[in-house]
Design a protein around this ligand. Structure first.
Ligand SMILES: C[S@@+](CC[C@H](N)C(=O)[O-])C[C@H]1O[C@@H](n2cnc3c(N)ncnc32)[C@H](O)[C@@H]1O
Length: 598
């Protein structure tokens, strides 16, 4: 594969997400349980299956809502988690439990020119077509534009008005949260207050009554922007949207922020936000049994995209509750718990959070005696933890704590610089990674894993036109470390693993600028060169294909990423076949010339 082919499969400003439901726009938002879902007929349920992983639940009447839920799933309610989705049948690994098109989705500002605002497909080679009125949103073609017109005609005017009033060109576009809430409100106006569309939205969980002051402030700020965006000049104008006061708008915003999903590209880059009341029924676990993905499977018609799929990561038995992760599960238990409390207003009691005695690969260092075992990170409660294998005590806990501190601060700084000043950001990641590794942190430990991922992204963003062997090898080594870190914390088939393996395989398949070993003998260094490298690329891509088939749903053929991987595999098999044939020909020629014995 040429370097240009690799680059064309990547997009500027792409960073990977860990497939969470978090709306990254409004992090400091809290939630509560004040609005009882519409559940008038609560029926006690017989004992759930052994693996239900959850508290006792009850069937609930859906009052005509959520008609896109198949008969193999049901909505139940429990005291601890509220409403949730439960399996009524057995699902095997890689089964798609549910596929829905979100009620509303918008792209973030930096992606408007690169993805279609209706179907969220990436721009084709001939580019997208821009709305000639607002000049802000782009579409694949006239059919996507027509399909979006009922909503966009309202949005189009609001976007133009906003731009005219904007104090500076940088503020000429409202945030994606404002644009998404705008679409929700126009949807409520369009479908009517008693429509299923509106009732499903209003049925989503709100935490208005227990908003902390900081969240209340951010909601109020967002409410002001929404009012401005909609061109509302008096409270009476809120009535068509089913709102009788500014407080109702804050409530709607609370509901929105608790239940919003990140819209991602097929390769998991966050590209916008979306709302699906059906998908929002799924509760959280840090050890999830499903993932939500947008595979963009090639046979799906554009009119149904962006299609969200809920895919089984493990076997799910009848009666088991379905759990997705709302947060990045590569970070420590404390960081996950904090985000879940701050943003979603609950304390997670999943198996990963309650397993406190067990060594967490996200927070571990290698044994000081190098016995092959691991030690937990030192903490205030346990300043000198021991190796789980040989029981040796960590010798320099302060150095580890210092490295963690420097790494966490540095990661924050590097992330804030990654688009503004990528070379400075890369300098930071290059300096920090050796500090982390010399403190014996494992590749799965936070913040080393996050720094490695960021470093890889930055190296890929800055791939030079005259790619050197050294540069390419450094990206490959970083991608391999990232994969090693992921493999300890994510289950086989998790889409993040599949995508990371695909990335590594594709990098290994890039034509080497100056290969140093063309023989077919094992090489001690990594990455190998020549034919050994191509063989490793093929093995990695075959593994990626297997994992993508799980994480994106077996029926989806690994989604768009799986399709790209299959194409590279075919090309590599051809190259390897040609190489073997070439060797055979050389041997035969040499035999014919009597240079080697027959
Ligand atoms: C996206 S909603 C999920 C559906 C929600 N249970 C409902 O009744 O509509 C997110 C909210 O569900 C609740 N929730 C989700 N997972 C939970 C868990 N593992 N434990 C306790 N509450 C949970 C929290 O209140 C959270 O803010």
């Amino acid at each position: 594969m040429s370097f240009a082919q690799l680059q064309s499969s990547r997009r500027a400003k792409e960073t990977k997400s860990f497939v969470s439901t978090t709306n990254t726009q409004e992090k400091n938002v809290d939630i509560s349980t004040d609005s009882e879902p519409q559940t008038s007929h609560i029926v006690p349920r017989s004992r759930s299956a052994d693996r239900s992983q959850g508290p006792t639940s009850h069937s609930i009447s859906l009052l005509g809502m959520y008609q896109n839920i198949p008969d193999t799933l049901e909505v139940r309610q429990s005291e601890e988690t509220g409403r949730g989705l439960y399996a009524k049948t057995q699902y095997n690994v890689g089964s798609v439990l549910l596929s829905v098109r979100p009620q509303v989705s918008v792209l973030s500002g930096s992606h408007l020119e690169h993805y279609c605002s209706f179907c969220a497909s990436a721009a084709p080679p001939h580019g997208l077509k821009r709305c000639t009125k607002c000049r802000k949103v782009w579409y694949c073609n006239a059919s996507c534009q027509n399909a979006d017109w009922a909503m966009h005609k309202l949005e189009c005017n609001a976007l133009q008005r906003w731009e005219v009033d904007a104090p500076s060109p940088e503020l000429a576009l409202p945030s994606d949260a404002v644009r998404c809430i705008g679409r929700v409100l126009w949807g409520i106006q369009k479908f009517g207050l008693e429509s299923i569309w509106t009732r499903e939205f209003n049925g989503m969980q709100s935490h208005r009554s227990s908003l902390p002051p900081s969240a209340f402030e951010s909601h109020t700020y967002l409410a002001h922007s929404v009012v401005r965006y909609l061109g509302i000049s008096s409270p009476t104008e809120l009535a068509p949207f089913g709102l009788s006061s500014a407080g109702d708008l804050v409530d709607l915003i609370s509901r929105f922020t608790t239940n919003t999903f990140t819209l991602t590209s097929p390769s998991l880059s966050p590209i916008g936000v979306c709302v699906s009341p059906t998908m929002a029924l799924v509760n959280h676990s840090c050890d999830p049994n499903v993932v939500m993905v947008f595979p963009h499977a090639s046979d799906a018609p554009t009119t149904t995209e962006p299609l969200m799929h809920l895919v089984a990561l493990r076997e799910i038995l009848p009666g088991e509750q379905v759990y997705v992760s709302y947060v990045d599960i590569s970070v420590s238990r404390e960081a996950r718990q904090k985000e879940l409390k701050d943003v979603y207003n609950f304390t997670c009691r999943c198996s990963a959070c309650s397993n406190q005695g067990k060594l967490d690969p996200r927070a571990s260092v290698y044994c000081p005696k190098s016995c092959g075992g691991l030690c937990p990170l030192p903490t205030e409660e346990n300043e000198s933890p021991r190796c789980g294998k040989c029981n040796s005590v960590i010798t320099s806990p302060d150095a580890i704590l210092d490295a963690l501190h420097v790494g966490s601060e540095g990661l924050e700084k590097a992330m804030s610089l990654q688009f503004k000043d990528p070379s400075k950001s890369r300098q930071l990641t290059s300096n920090l990674i050796p500090i982390m590794t010399s403190a014996a942190l494992t590749p799965s430990t936070h913040p080393l894993l996050a720094l490695t991922r960021l470093h890889m992204e930055l190296l890929l963003l800055a791939l030079p036109d005259n790619l050197t062997q050294e540069y390419l090898d450094e990206v490959i080594r970083t991608a391999a470390k990232y994969n090693a870190g992921l493999s300890n914390i994510l289950p086989v088939g998790h889409p993040v693993r599949g995508v990371a393996l695909a990335e590594l395989g594709k990098l290994l398949a890039v034509d080497e600028p100056s290969p140093h070993d063309l023989t077919d003998t094992p090489q001690p260094h990594f990455p190998p060169s020549g034919i050994q490298r191509l063989k490793l690329a093929l093995q990695t891509l075959v593994r990626a294909r297997e994992e993508l088939y799980i994480g994106y749903g077996k029926g989806n053929g690994g989604g768009q990423v799986g399709k790209e991987v299959r194409e590279v595999i075919v090309r590599l098999e051809g190259e390897l076949g040609a190489w073997s044939q070439g060797i055979k020909n050389v041997i035969e020629d040499a035999r014919a010339a009597g240079q080697i014995s027959k």
